[in-house]
Design a protein around this ligand. Structure first.
Ligand code: G
Ligand code: MN
Length: 410
C-alpha cells in the first residue's frame, strides 16, 4: 500500500505514480535544448558549491549530482547521461576535497567507485524512460504544432487559393474550390495534409473551418458583384469541411450566419465532405441540416474512404467527386474505365452530378469526356490560384493572351 493507497482501492497510488512519472518526464522532455543545458550546468555547479560550503565530501554525500545526471538521461538519452555522469564524477572526485579546511584530497578508489554508480544509475534511467520518450516527444511535437497553428491563425499566416472546376457540358467554370494554404514565417509553406491532421486532433479544426468558410464566402460575395457588373453568371465557391466539424451541433447555424454576414445566396456555396466522414455517427442529420440551408453538398475523394455504398442513400448530396487515384488509372483502354463508368451510373441514378478530380493530362480529360463526367478539375485545367488571379481566368471578356492556349487544352 502506498502513500494514498487504501485497502480495497490499490489503483489510486498506481494511477498517481504513473501520473507523476508521466508529467515529470513530460516536463523534462519539454524543456528546450538550451534550457536543459542551463539546468544541467547549473545543477552540476550548484552541487559542487553546496558540498564545498558544507565543508567537503566527508561532511556531505554528493547525492545532489544525481539531479543533472537523471535529468540528462530523461531529456537527451544514454550518451548525455554518460557525459554528465563522468563530469559529475570528476567534479565530485579530484575537484572536491574530503575536508575543505584541511585541503585533503580524496582516495581515487573512492571517487572512481562513485563515478561508476553515477554512470550506472544514469544508464539505468535512460534505459527505463527510453520507451516512453518516443510517445512523449511526439506529443510535445504535436503540442508545439498546435501552438504554431493557433499563432498562425491569429497572425493571418493562413490564406486561400482557388481551383476552378470545369463544366464539360457547357465549357464554363461554374465553381471554384477554396483550398487552405499556410505560409509559415520561418518554416515556409506547410502542407495542408500535415497541419490538418494536427488540427483535427484538437478543436483547432473548427477555427480553421470558420476561417475558410468566412473568407471563401466573403470572396465569393465580392466576385458575385464583379460578375454582375459584367453581366456574367456568378460562380460558386466550394469549401471543404472535416468530418470532425460534423460533431459541432451548431454547424448549420454557423454556415447560415456566415452566408448572411456576407450576403451570399446559399446556392453559391458548395460544401464538400470526404467520403470517410459519411460513416460518422450523426453525419446524416448534420448534412440534412446543411442541405436545408439551400447550399450544394458534394461527397469528396469518392473511392478512397472504403465506406459502404449504402451510406450514399442516406445523404442528400448533389455531387459526387471521384478521387484522383481512380482518375489516374484512366486510359483509352475500356477495361481501365469500368469502375469510373459504374460510379457515374450510380451517381446519376441517385440524382447526383459527377466531378473527375485530378485531371493531369489531355488523355484523362478526353476519357473523362467520353465517360460523360459532368465536371472536371485538375492541374491540366487549372492549378489552384491566388484569389486575385481568378477573375481574369473566369471572366471571358478579361481573359489574358494565354486564353487561346487554355482553350487548346480543353
Ligand atoms: O481532397 P480534395 O480533393 O479537396 O483535395 C484537393 C487537393 O488536391 C488540393 O491540395 C489540390 O492542390 C490538389 N490537386 C488539385 N488538382 C490536382 C491534380 O490534378 N493533381 C494532384 N496530384 N493534385 C491536385
Ligand atoms: Mn475537395
Amino acid at each position: 500500500m502506498g502513500w494514498f493507497g487504501q485497502p480495497g482501492n490499490p489503483g489510486i497510488n498506481e494511477g498517481l505514480g504513473r501520473y507523476l512519472a508521466h508529467s515529470t518526464l513530460r516536463a523534462s522532455v519539454a524543456t528546450s535544448r538550451w534550457g536543459a543545458l542551463v539546468i544541467i550546468t547549473s545543477s552540476l555547479a550548484g552541487s559542487w558549491l553546496v558540498i564545498f560550503m558544507a565543508g567537503g565530501a566527508d561532511s556531505m554525500v554528493p547525492h545532489l549530482y544525481y539531479v543533472p545526471i537523471l535529468f540528462a538521461a530523461a531529456r537527451f538519452g544514454p550518451v548525455a547521461a554518460l557525459v554528465v555522469a563522468c563530469i559529475a564524477g570528476i567534479l565530485a572526485g579530484p575537484l572536491t576535497y574530503v575536508d575543505v579546511a584541511q585541503a585533503t584530497t580524496q582516495d581515487p578508489a573512492r571517487w572512481l567507485t562513485r563515478t561508476g554508480y553515477f554512470i550506472g544509475i544514469g544508464q539505468l534511467m535512460a534505459w527505463l524512460v527510453g520507451p516512453s520518450l518516443i510517445p512523449i516527444t511526439e506529443e510535445i511535437r504535436r503540442l508545439r504544432k498546435e501552438r504554431e497553428i493557433r499563432k498562425g491563425l491569429a497572425n493571418g499566416e493562413f490564406f486561400l487559393q482557388y481551383q476552378p472546376v470545369y463544366s464539360l457540358a457547357d465549357d464554363s467554370y461554374p465553381v471554384v474550390e477554396a483550398l487552405i494554404r499556410w505560409q509559415h514565417p520561418v518554416q515556409g509553406h506547410q502542407s495542408p495534409a500535415g497541419f490538418m491532421a494536427t488540427a483535427e486532433e484538437c478543436h483547432l479544426i473548427h477555427e480553421i473551418t470558420d476561417f475558410v468558410l468566412d473568407e471563401a464566402c466573403r470572396q465569393a460575395s465580392q466576385w458575385r458583384k464583379l460578375a454582375w457588373a459584367r453581366n456574367q453568371t456568378p460562380w460558386a465557391v466550394a469549401v471543404n469541411i472535416s468530418g470532425r466539424n460534423l460533431e459541432l451541433p451548431d454547424l448549420a447555424t454557423r454556415v447560415r450566419k456566415t452566408l448572411e454576414r456576407h450576403d451570399l445566396p446559399p446556392e453559391l456555396l458548395h460544401i464538400e465532405v470526404t467520403e470517410s466522414a459519411l460513416a460518422l455517427e450523426n453525419s446524416a442529420f448534420q448534412l440534412r441540416q446543411l442541405k436545408k440551408l439551400g447550399i450544394c453538398l458534394a461527397i469528396d475523394d469518392f473511392g478512397t474512404g472504403y465506406s459502404s455504398l449504402s451510406y450514399l442513400n442516406r445523404f442528400p448530396a448533389d455531387t459526387l467527386k471521384i478521387d484522383r487515384s481512380l482518375i489516374a488509372t484512366l486510359s483509352p483502354d475500356k477495361s481501365s474505365q469500368a469502375l469510373a463508368r459504374g460510379m457515374i451510373l450510380l451517381a446519376r441514378s441517385m440524382g447526383m452530378t459527377t466531378v473527375a478530380e485530378g485531371i493531369e493530362n489531355g488523355t484523362q480529360l478526353k476519357v473523362g469526356r467520353a465517360l460523360e463526367f459532368d465536371y472536371a478539375q485538375g492541374y491540366h485545367l487549372s492549378r489552384p490560384m491566388d484569389a486575385g488571379d481568378i477573375p481574369a481566368f473566369l471572366l471571358a471578356d478579361e481573359l489574358p493572351p494565354e486564353q487561346s492556349e487554355k482553350r487548346d487544352r480543353l
